[in-house]
Design a protein around this ligand. Structure first.
Ligand code: PMP
Length: 338
């Protein structure tokens, strides 16, 4: 991929190199040379926002993380669940009274496909659509508000290899996941990721790769940028949406893939002790894919090695997102490259 320097700030899940191996497993994500910005595809170096940008001050933006994979056998990329990501994006936008242009999931998907084609590189790519409150409309007073402010939309692309093959080590964070009465975490709002950043910073300071956050009731919610599953009593268990989680698209995918393997998923409250005592645990997310957890809060899981169920689900997920399973083609958007 033709790249420029990595961006200075990234809100979410571009996965960090795991601390557990003591060396970076993935290089720093490199941003693609072109971005969609201000209604057109431009060199990323010219895709700038002014200091007055409202979202910079108040966290009033929404975003998505989407992956496109290079298919080894053909000159095309396949984007995974593109329409589902943009449907969630538009739901998040509604909460913040954001009206991005283009305005439908189909049009947003088309812009994204066009961007990938213009970048034109046959390489795994991570896409970052970002809609944000931009500048005060004439006559609007300055201050924290969702009305009287214009909206903007950008889409960035990064080269980003897979993450977490050897599993990750997690803390249980001292930071709580915000409850839905404070911030609607089921929407993917930029401001919410202050919570993720604090928890990740604490985890890294403890020599770990990620943090699992509990909600205000002390039940397991999710990791900083991923959902959590455990294998317990022969069942997969994942916290329900009422546990103050983002309803991950990977979470939904894994549920389907596990069911096809004869392994049902139960959505129920999960307390931290059950997490520590689980036979296996793993994270799911667009950035992390399916990543086994090998240690939680200083306790090894599965002898400190990725468990068989997590390993199998990770393998199948990796095949499905690359279009290697006929029955899941409906999740893919094909992008022929020039
Ligand atoms: N929870 C949070 C807080 C996240 O940032 C993400 C990443 N988008 C997820 C869960 C997983 O969501 P998805 O599988 O849709 O990427």
């Amino acid at each position: 991929m033709t790249t420029t320097a990595a961006p200075a700030a990234q809100a979410d899940p571009a996965p960090r190199p795991p601390a557990s191996q003591g060396r970076p497993e993935t290089p720093t994500p490199a941003v693609a040379a072109l971005a969609y910005h201000g209604g057109e595809i431009v060199p990323v170096s010219t895709a700038q926002v002014p200091l007055t940008t409202q979202a910079l001050h108040y966290g009033t933006g929404v975003f998505e993380g989407i992956r496109a994979h290079a298919r080894p056998a053909s000159r095309e990329l396949v984007v995974f669940r593109l329409a589902d990501h943009y449907r969630r994006f538009l739901r998040s936008c509604r909460l913040l009274r954001l009206s991005p242009v283009p305005e439908t999931a189909e049009e947003l998907a088309a812009v994204t496909v066009q961007l990938l084609q213009r970048i034109g590189v046959h390489q795994d790519t991570y896409l970052r659509p970002l809609a944000y409150k931009f500048r005060l409309l004439p006559g609007s007073p300055p201050g924290v508000a969702l009305r009287g402010v214009s909206d903007a939309l950008s889409v960035l692309a990064f080269a980003l290899p897979p993450y977490g093959a050897n599993g990750v080590r997690c803390t249980i964070s001292s930071w709580a996941r915000p409850g839905h009465r404070a911030i609607p975490v089921r929407a993917k709002l930029t401001g919410s990721y202050v919570n993720s950043a604090l928890a990740m910073d604490e985890a890294r300071a403890a020599g770990c790769d990620d943090a699992i956050l509990l909600n205000n009731r002390g039940q397991v919610a999710e990791a900083t940028t991923a959902n959590v599953f455990v294998l317990s009593g022969g069942q997969l268990v994942t916290p329900p949406v009422t546990a103050d989680i983002l309803e991950g698209i990977t979470r939904d995918t894994v549920r389907v893939l596990a069911a096809a393997l004869g392994l049902p998923t139960v959505e129920r409250e999960l307390d931290p002790a059950e997490l520590l005592l689980a036979d296996e645990a793993f994270l799911t997310g667009t950035g992390v894919g399916v990543t086994p957890i090998v240690e939680i809060a200083g306790r090894e899981l599965g002898g400190g090695r990725p468990g068989p169920v997590a390993t199998e689900l990770r393998r199948r997920y990796g095949e499905v997102v690359r279009g290697q399973h006929e029955q899941y083609q409906h999740w893919l958007t094909r992008v022929p490259l020039p």
